[in-house]
Design a protein around this ligand. Structure first.
Ligand SMILES: Nc1nc2c(ncn2[C@@H]2O[C@H](COP(=O)(O)OP(=O)(O)OP(=O)(O)O)[C@@H](O)[C@H]2O)c(=O)[nH]1
Length: 208
């Protein structure tokens, strides 16, 4: 049986496919989070140009969900291009560097941009504070995430801390919304901090 992060995957091919986009300032660690999650590796990576694309199948309960992961470039010159990538996404991960205030403010700006273009609850949004292994003064995102109904986790791509957990959490949230829409029960607990329930409107993740 195939496995995802050591968890056996359901035998059937993934029945759900969801688009996940990572947004955030340059050098906050978006590519490193994806590299850690998809390949289990952490190494020096060049700044992303435009966007990079990855896939990974994640098991949530007995459902295999294929995540199509779009890792956008954080440098300001690519800002307008990034808007093209979040269209049609079911999940947005807003990544900041816990040691860089401006990156935290930039993540908040991304949320405003998303809110301008999308309906409330239309997609799952997670705020991700990366580089928790660094000792410097930290930006605290929890309160902001709570006030805006976002999933929230702090991660370290370097130390592999909470990386697969945040991807699993958004996958679970997606499926829970879908189940709620279809009147079924939730699929268990991923351990994510679910701070506030955003209104369920639609998900495009599952057709079953
Ligand atoms: N200490 C530490 N460094 C990290 C971590 N994650 C990424 N980095 C480093 O931060 C730098 C930028 O990482 P990237 O993954 O390229 O950042 P990015 O957000 O994809 O950058 P852009 O492609 O410019 O948008 C690299 O030197 C990484 O090695 C982490 O969790 N801890």
């Amino acid at each position: 049986m195939a496995q995802a992060d050591g968890v056996p995957l359901p035998d059937a091919a993934p029945s759900c496919v969801s688009k996940l986009v990572l947004l955030g300032s340059g050098s906050v660690g978006k590519s490193s989070l994806v590299l850690r999650y998809v390949k289990g590796d952490f190494k020096s990576v060049l700044p992303t140009v435009g966007c990079a694309f990855f896939t990974k199948v994640v098991a949530v309960g007995n459902v295999a969900l294929k995540l199509e992961i779009w890792d956008t470039a954080g440098q300001e010159k690519y800002h307008s291009v990034c808007h093209l990538y979040f269209r049609g996404a079911q999940v947005a991960m807003l990544v900041y560097d816990v040691t860089r205030k401006e990156s935290f403010l930039r993540a908040q700006q991304w949320l405003e941009d998303l809110e301008k273009e999308l309906q409330p609850g239309e997609i799952v949004v997670a705020l991700v504070g990366n580089k928790t292994d660094l000792e410097e003064k930290r930006q605290e995102g929890k309160e902001f995430a709570e006030s805006r109904g976002l999933l929230f986790m702090e991660t370290s791509a370097r130390l592999n801390h909470q990386v697969s957990e945040i991807f699993s959490a958004v996958a679970q949230e997606l499926l829970q919304r879908d189940m709620a829409r279809l009147g079924s029960s939730p699929l268990g607990n991923s351990g994510a901090m679910r701070l506030n329930q955003a209104p369920t409107r639609r998900t495009k993740c599952c057709s079953h």
